[in-house]
Structure formats: C-alpha cells, structure tokens
Design a protein. Structure first.
Ligand code: NIG
Ligand code: FE
Length: 389
C-alpha cells in the first residue's frame, strides 16, 4: 500500500472547527474530536471515542484544529521593497495607488528565478501561519511579457491565479491604448496561466466602463471575473460586480446604502482586507453593516508590497474581531469558509467527509485564541492534502 492511500486517525483534538452546516453553530464545533484522513481527503469526523481504526495514528496532545485558511486575495509576484513608503504613511502621508508603479519597475527588472524565490518564501510564510489555499494575482508586470511570466510563476504555487493587467496604467501609455493592450495581446498571453481576471476599479486606476470592458474580454477568453472596488472611495465597482454576478468583490471599504443592498441581493462575496486599513491608516470596512444585511463576507490578507505586506490570516482574524466588530466565530468563518466561497471552491474551507484534508493545528485549546492572543505564532502544524506540510 502506498502512503498516499493509507488512512490516518488524528486524535487529541480539544475542539475541531468543521464549518459544516449540518452541525451546530456557525463553526460546527466538535469537542473532544478525532478526524480520519484517507489520501488527500477527510474520511471521517466525530467524537474521539467513536473514531474508527486507521493505518496510522497521530495524537495532537490536546490542541484545537481549524480548517486551513483560504486566502482569496494576494499579490505576491513582485520584486523590491516599499518599507520607506510605509514609514512615510505612518508619519502622515496618505496611501496613493501610484506607488504600484515603483514595484512595477523592480518586478520588470527581476529574473523569473528571483520572482519565484520571492513567492516561495511568502507561500512558506503563509503555510506556517495555517494558510492552505491561496489566490495569487499578477499586476506588477503591466506588459505582455511581464504579466505572462508573473502568472507562470504564480501557477507553480496555486491553481487560483488571477490576471490583473488592469492594475494601473503604466507610465508612458494612454489609458485607451493600455486597455486595448490588456484586452488584446496581454490577455492572450496571460490566459493560459490564469483562472481569474481582476481589475482595480478606482479613481486613479480604471473606471467602471473600462472594468466592464476588461471583464468582458476576460470572460470571452474563459477567465472568471473578480474586482478590486470601493477601496479608496465610493464608486460604481461594487454594483458592477453584483450586476455581473462576479464571485467576489474585494476591499468594500467605502459603501453606499445601494452598494450594501446590491451585495445583499446578489451571490457576490464581499472580501474584506483589514490588513490594508491597518497599513494605510484608513477606516476599516463596516463588517457589521454587511453581516446585518445578509452579505457573505470573506477575509483575506491582500499580501502586497504597498498597501499591506502581511501574509498572516491569524493577524487578519484578530483585526477583524478587534477593529471591525466581528465575533471570533464570524471572523474565523470568513477566513476559511468565506475565502472558499470567494474562490467558488466547495472542497476547502470546511472539514467533513469528502473535503480536502487541509487544516491548521493550533497550539491552543480553542479557536478563540486566534483573536485572544494576537501576534502569537499559534499554528503548530499545517496539514495540506492529508499530510503535514
Ligand atoms: O489591493 N488596490 C490595488 N492593489 C493593491 C495595492 C497594490 C500596491 O499598493 O502595490 C491592493 O491594495
Ligand atoms: Fe489587492
């Protein structure tokens, strides 16, 4: 028998968060639990006393287990450093999307090897903090060659790759010429490496009509749409996302009543990125308003060199609880099941028969410690596809 088809019973779980709607409460917690893993999937979940026999046994010695975090929004393919820009912000400068262009220059100058090593380092950082699924965008190449190779690099690490040629208009090109390039040759070069297409729909980046055009071209090339919208000001991006039935619209910091109503009336997930507000000193999105309206909410890092350089989902959970009024349960659910919904994935973000065996083992008796003990490295093991990663 090969090791991949062996079954393992994982015991010593004080509290297992399943996110299984068939169980009690938002998180479907099983106390004193065990989990059986067969191959890359979960084969059984329940009280430890009822656990079936398996080929191997792993005793976690009294720790909480949560579904692996699903980080549905990151920009990790880049070179260079913008620590000075962060320091200037902390001294009172506002965040300006124009900083993206300095990362573009550094990214274009970097070799594939340097870019790959950078993503590998950040993905490893994420793993150590319990992230098991990650989306990675391009968007710091902004040329046919550099967007395609950014996505080829990203594809080595995840199937959730997103073409973000429409991040900002690069220097020396008119917006009209650039949108034509994005929807033409750049899309053609990017499409083989990408699953999703995204646009930064914001004053200073792309307007609603340009976003609509880019998303339509992407759809015609077989890419599914998602959107950066309403990060820096109110605008039409959120309503465009809802009108088009996009899977997710991300940031959602400045929302009108009509935006909230549109989100509530759609299946579009609102992805909140509180690390951005932490790192830009902007007001946090109003998660309570969205949850009260019945909007599906996800949490993600937005890991990027400009607006938020964290790779930590536990940090985002703690911020969501402390700064956005989410309960610890709501925040953990948004960081796991919410992220899975934002990627339209039904195999991750929960733990039950048939799900991916992707989970984080916490050096804590309860998931509450994720927010209760901010800044503490609580993830003692991350299992991906049925084995410790
Ligand atoms: O999601 N909003 C646009 N893009 C990134 C920021 C990129 C940067 O500042 O380099 C974001 O916040
Ligand atoms: Fe982003």
């Amino acid at each position: 028998m090969s090791t991949t088809s062996m079954s393992t019973v994982v015991t010593g779980i004080t509290e297992l968060v399943t996110n299984d709607p068939a169980r009690d409460g938002l998180l479907g917690v099983v106390a004193g639990a065990a989990l059986v893993v067969a191959g890359d999937r979960v084969a059984w979940v329940g009280p430890e006393a009822e656990a079936p026999a398996a080929d191997l046994r792993v005793d976690l010695g009294g720790r909480a287990v949560v579904p692996g975090f699903v980080d549905s929004h990151s920009h990790m393919v880049f070179a260079g450093d913008r620590g000075e820009e962060f320091a200037a912000r902390m001294a009172g400068e506002p965040y300006a999307a124009g900083g993206i262009r300095s990362t573009v220059a550094a990214t274009r100058a970097a070799s594939d090897e340097v870019l790959t090593a950078q993503v590998a380092r950040l993905v490893a950082e994420m793993r150590r903090q319990g992230t098991t699924t990650v989306e990675i965008k391009s968007g710091y190449g902004l040329s046919v060659r550099d967007e395609a190779r950014s996505l080829a690099v990203a594809r080595q690490f995840t199937e959730e790759t997103t073409f973000l040629g429409a991040h900002v208009v690069p220097t020396g090109v008119t917006p009209e010429a650039y949108v034509a390039e994005v929807t033409g040759p750049m899309l053609a070069a990017a499409a083989p490496w990408a699953k999703w297409i995204d646009v930064f729909c914001e004053t200073g980046a792309f307007d609603v009509d340009q976003a609509r055009e880019v998303l339509a071209a992407g759809a015609a090339a077989g890419l599914r749409g998602r959107l950066h919208a309403n990060q820096l000001s109110e605008g039409g991006g959120v309503q465009l996302a809802c009108e088009l039935g996009l899977v997710a619209v991300d940031h959602c910091t400045y929302l009108s009543e009509a935006d909230v109503a549109a989100l509530a009336g759609s299946g579009t997930v609102a992805t909140l990125l509180p690390g951005v507000e932490f790192s830009t000193r902007q007001p946090y999105p109003d998660a309570r308003r969205l949850l009260a309206a019945g909007v599906r909410v996800a949490l993600a890092t937005d890991c990027n060199p400009g607006s938020c350089f964290t790779s930590s989902m536990p940090f985002c959970v703690a911020l969501a609880v402390r700064e956005m009024g989410m309960t610890p349960e709501e925040a953990l659910y948004a960081a796991t099941a919410g992220g899975a919904a934002a990627l339209d994935r039904d195999d991750v973000g929960w733990l039950g028969v048939g799900s991916q065996a992707d989970f984080a083992v916490l050096d804590a008796p309860s998931h509450l410690h994720l927010a209760y003990r901010p800044g503490v490295p609580l993830v003692s093991q991350t299992w991906v596809g049925g084995r410790p990663a």
